[in-house]
Design a protein around this ligand. Structure first.
Ligand SMILES: NC(=O)c1ccc[n+]([C@@H]2O[C@H](COP(=O)([O-])OP(=O)(O)OC[C@H]3O[C@@H](n4cnc5c(N)ncnc54)[C@H](OP(=O)(O)O)[C@@H]3O)[C@@H](O)[C@H]2O)c1
Length: 248
C-alpha cells in the first residue's frame, strides 16, 4: 500500500511548531509540496527553511486571513490536495460553569470555526473538482470530561462531530477524518507534563509513555496517502491506550 505523497500539495495550519511542524515535515519527507501557516511570521519562516516548505502567516480565526492563506496556497502550489486543521488553543482553564464569553468564543473561533472555514475554502477552490483529504486535529478530551479544560474539550467534541458531518457530505470527492491525541509533549500542553506531572500521566497509559509529535505525524501520513483511501468520517485515537486503561 502506497504511503507516499509525491505530486500532492498540502496546507498545515499551526505548522510552525509542535504537532503541526512534525506533520508538515513528514509530508515533505513523503514527497508532498507543503505550505505551513501560523500567526508569527518569524517562526513560520524559520520552520519553513528548516523543513523545506512554503509559509504564509496569519490568524486562522480571522476569515480574511484564511482566505489569503488558502489563496496563496492554491496560487503557489497549484491546489490543496491535503488540508490539516491543526492550529488549536485553550485559553481558559477552570470550570465551564464559570467560563467567560471572550475566552469561550476564542476557543471555538480557533478550534471549530477555523477548521470549517478552511475546509470550505479548500473545498470550493480545489477539492470539489479535484478531490482531497481533510485531517482535523482534535483530542481525546473530546470524548470525556476534565475538571479544568472543559471548554477546550467541548470545542474538540464539536470538531469530532464536524468531521463526521463533513465526512458524510464531501464523499466521494473528499475524505475527512480527525486525529485525537492524548498527552503529547509540546508548548501547548506544557502545563500538563512539566515537572513530574508527565511521568504520572505516562504511568496511566498502558504503553507507559507520553506521545511524541512523530506519533501523530505518522498517522496523518497514513490517512493522507492512498493507504487511507477507504476511511472517512472517523475519529482515530492516538493515546498510548489511555482511553482503555483499567478503571481504578
Ligand atoms: N499537545 C498535546 O498534548 C495535544 C493533545 C491533543 C490535541 N492537541 C491538539 O494538537 C494541535 C496542535 O497542538 P500542539 O500541542 O502542537 O501546540 P503548539 O506546540 O502550541 O503549536 C500550536 C501551533 O498553532 C499555531 N497557532 C496557535 N494559535 C493560532 C492561531 N490563532 N492562528 C494560527 N496559528 C495558530 C502556533 O503558532 P503561532 O503561535 O505562531 O500562531 C503553533 O504553530 C492543537 O489543535 C491541539 O489542540 C494537542
Amino acid at each position: 500500500m502506497d504511503l507516499r505523497l509525491d505530486g500532492k500539495t498540502a496546507l498545515v495550519t499551526g505548522g510552525s511548531r509542535g504537532i503541526g511542524k512534525a506533520i508538515a515535515k513528514a509530508f515533505v519527507e513523503s514527497g508532498a509540496e507543503v505550505m505551513i501557516t501560523s500567526r508569527k511570521a518569524e517562526s513560520c519562516e524559520e520552520t519553513a527553511n528548516e523543513i523545506g516548505c512554503l509559509w504564509e502567516a496569519g490568524h486562522v480565526g480571522n476569515p480574511e486571513d484564511a482566505e489569503r492563506i488558502v489563496g496563496a496556497t492554491v496560487e503557489r502550489l497549484g491546489g490543496v490536495d491535503i488540508l490539516v486543521n491543526n492550529a488549536g488553543t485553550g485559553p481558559y482553564n477552570g470550570p465551564v460553569i464559570d467560563a467567560d464569553l471572550p475566552r469561550w468564543n476564542k476557543t471555538f473561533e480557533v478550534n471549530l470555526t477555523a477548521p470549517l472555514v478552511f475546509s470550505q475554502l479548500c473545498w470550493n477552490q480545489h477539492m470539489k473538482e479535484n478531490g482531497g483529504v481533510i485531517i482535523n486535529i482534535a483530542s481525546v478530551g473530546g470524548f470525556g470530561t476534565h475538571p479544568h479544560i472543559g471548554v477546550y474539550d467541548i470545542s474538540k467534541a464539536a470538531l469530532i462531530h464536524l468531521t463526521k458531518q463533513l465526512g458524510a457530505e464531501l464523499g466521494p470527492q473528499a475524505r475527512v477524518n480527525v486525529l485525537c491525541p492524548g498527552l503529547v509533549k509540546t508548548d501547548l500542553s506544557r502545563f500538563l507534563w512539566e515537572g513530574d506531572k508527565g511521568d504520572e500521566v505516562a504511568k496511566m497509559y498502558p504503553l507507559e509513555r507520553l506521545g511524541e509529535v512523530e506519533d501523530i505525524a505518522a498517522a496523518a501520513c497514513w490517512l493522507a496517502a492512498d493507504s487511507g483511501q477507504w476511511i472517512t468520517g472517523q475519529a482515530i485515537v492516538l493515546d498510548g491506550g489511555g482511553m482503555v486503561k483499567f478503571s481504578e
